[in-house]
Design a protein around this ligand. Structure first.
Ligand SMILES: Nc1nc2c(ncn2[C@@H]2O[C@H](COP(=O)(O)OP(=O)(O)OP(=O)(O)O)[C@@H](O)[C@H]2O)c(=O)[nH]1
Length: 227
C-alpha cells in the first residue's frame, strides 16, 4: 500500500532548538539522542541530527535542528526565519543562570508566530541548568509565569483555548536525562496533535468539496429534466 504524504508526515517531525548562546542547546540535543552529557561541544555551527524515537508507544523519525544563537532582528534574522519556516515544533531554551537568555524567549516565540503566520504552533519552553542553584538569576515561578503569559496571549488572539500550548520544563541537561526525554516527548506529542488536526481539517474540506460537487451535479440534472 502506498502511504499518503499526510500519513507519512505523522511519522516524521522536524524540531528546532532555539535560544541564546551557552544555554545548553547542543547539550540537550546530544542528551536526548544519546542519553549522554558530554560537557563541551563545538560552538557556532548549526547541526541537524536525525534519530528515531518511541513516544507514547509510537515510533517517530525526528530531524532536530540545533541552531546557533541568532538575533531576531538584523542581518542574521533571515537565517533564523528560514530555520523557523523549516520546523514543525520548537524547543525554546534559556538558562536559569542567564537573564538575557530568559528575556530572549518571548522575542523568539513572537518571531515563530509571525513567521508561521499562525498561533498555536507546537512549542515547549525549557529552563536549563537548574543544578546551578548558586548562579541562578531566573526563578522557577518567572519561567512558569512567562509560559502561561505566552499561552494566554495566544488564547486572547485566537479565541481557542484548546489550541494554545506552551508547556514549561525546568531541568538540568547535565543531571537529568529523563527530564530531557519528558520535554522532548511533550513537543513530539504536540506536533502529532497538530498534524492530526491538519489532517482532520483537510478531510473535512475534501468532504465539503465532494458534497458541493454532488449538489451541483444534482441541480444540473434536475434542470435538464425540467427542460
Ligand atoms: N551546569 C550545567 N552546565 C550545562 C548544562 N547544560 C549545558 N551546560 C554547559 O553549558 C555550556 C554550553 O552548552 P552548549 O550545549 O554548548 O550550549 P549552546 O546553547 O549549544 O551554546 P551555543 O553553541 O553557543 O549556542 C557547556 O559548557 C555545557 O557543558 C546543565 O544542565 N548544567
Amino acid at each position: 500500500m502506498i502511504m499518503s504524504e499526510s500519513v507519512r508526515k505523522m511519522l516524521r517531525a522536524k524540531l528546532v532548538v532555539l535560544g541564546r548562546d551557552n544555554c545548553g542547546k547542543t547539550a540537550l540535543c546530544v542528551r536526548f539522542i544519546t542519553r549522554r552529557f558530554i560537557g563541551e561541544y563545538e560552538h557556532k555551527r548549526e547541526v541537524t541530527y536525525r534519530c528515531q524515537k518511541i513516544v507514547d508507544k509510537e515510533a517517530i523519525e525526528l530531524e532536530i535542528l540545533d541552531t546557533v544563537n541568532k538575533e531576531c532582528v538584523g542581518p542574521a534574522a533571515s537565517s533564523l526565519e528560514s530555520s523557523i519556516k523549516w520546523g514543525d515544533g520548537f524547543l525554546i531554551m534559556y538558562s536559569v543562570t542567564d537573564r538575557s537568555s530568559f528575556e530572549a524567549v518571548s522575542r523568539l516565540k513572537r518571531l515563530i508566530d509571525h513567521v508561521k503566520e499562525t498561533l498555536g504552533i507546537p512549542a515547549v519552553i525549557v529552563a536549563n541548568k537548574c543544578d546551578m542553584e548558586n548562579g541562578r538569576v531566573v526563578r522557577t515561578d518567572e519561567g512558569q509565569a512567562l509560559a502561561s503569559d505566552l499561552r494566554r496571549c495566544c488564547v486572547l488572539k485566537s479565541g481557542f483555548d484548546w489550541w494554545c500550548r506552551c508547556s514549561f520544563f525546568e531541568l538540568s541537561v547535565a543531571e537529568d536525562s529523563s527530564a530531557v526525554e519528558a520535554a522532548c516527548a511533550q513537543l513530539v506529542r504536540e506536533v502529532r496533535q497538530e498534524f492530526q488536526r491538519h489532517l482532520l481539517a483537510m478531510d473535512k474540506r475534501s468532504r465539503m468539496l465532494q458534497m458541493r460537487h454532488a449538489l451541483k451535479n444534482k441541480l444540473t440534472r434536475s434542470k435538464t429534466m425540467q427542460w
